[in-house]
Design a protein. Structure first.
Length: 255
């Protein structure tokens, strides 16, 4: 009997190692906490149907009254806000979605990061980790709203690895892809981003990328590499996405 138990223990140990070790074993517990801090970002208009218009994912940081999202998400919302339409975050709940008005606090368009602020009771905040310590092959997970409000405001988690720490100013396949923003970035000097081997959808823009074990945020999902048309991202996601390091979030949060 002891020999049988020993062999079984060895087999279980081998399976745990094959599946990624303790990180994935702790992921379920980590996600429970992460979901408390992930919000949908969009606009709200009482006379519209639907009243809430989803544009991206965000997550709570700092003292619990600040939300981080992509600058392009925040910009898209401000471009659309008119009349009695308000910039808001939507909080997933049991059966109903609650919204809170937010205001823009700080924006870093060069690194596509924005910080929004809301009043009232704080929401549990996520901790920002040391993004300079991130390495190729590192386990990661991300939580957000991949298809926006299409399937309801329900946080969804995907897991994967950091496939590369790569410069953002890579050569473009065609000069036609050069725009003013790209030229400015190349002229100002490139910086490194995280290429992720993880399935993402357009609604994941602004999702926190975190350590599956500790829950510390190492980056924010920035863009999805799309095969063919934009619409194909929802039906044939490429599994390649990018995240901006958390160091740029920390810099924006400094007083």
């Amino acid at each position: 009997m002891p020999k049988c138990l020993s062999r079984r223990s060895l087999l279980v140990g081998a399976l745990v190692a094959l599946l990624g070790g303790p990180a994935w074993a702790d992921l379920a517990a980590t996600v429970v906490e992460i979901k408390k801090s992930v919000v949908a970002v969009g606009s709200f208009q009482p006379t519209r149907n639907p009243q809430f218009r989803f544009l991206g994912t965000g997550f709570v940081v700092g003292g619990g009254n600040q939300v981080v999202t992509n600058a392009h998400v925040e910009g898209a919302i401000l471009d659309s806000v008119e009349g009695n339409e308000r910039l808001v975050i939507a909080l997933p709940g049991s059966g109903r979605v609650m919204v809170r008005p937010v205001v823009k606090e700080a924006v870093d368009r060069d690194h596509d990061v924005a910080v929004l602020r809301f009043e009232g009771p704080p929401i549990p905040a996520l901790q920002l980790g040391d993004s300079s310590a991130v390495r190729d092959g590192q386990d990661i997970a991300l939580t957000g709203f991949p298809l926006g409000a299409t399937i309801g405001i329900v946080p969804v988690t995907h897991r994967g690895i950091v496939s590369a720490v790569t410069p953002v100013g890579q050569p473009l396949p065609s000069a036609r892809q050069l725009d003013a923003r790209t030229v400015h970035r190349l002229a100002a000097g490139g910086y490194s981003v995280f290429q992720l081997d993880a399935v993402c959808y357009p609604g994941n823009s602004g999702s926190p990328v975190f350590n599956p074990d500790s829950g510390e945020v190492i980056g924010i999902v920035n863009m999805v590499f799309v095969k063919g048309s934009k619409e194909s991202a929802t039906t044939t996601p490429s599994g390649i996405s990018y995240a901006i390091p958390a160091a740029f979030i920390k810099a924006l949060l400094k007083p």
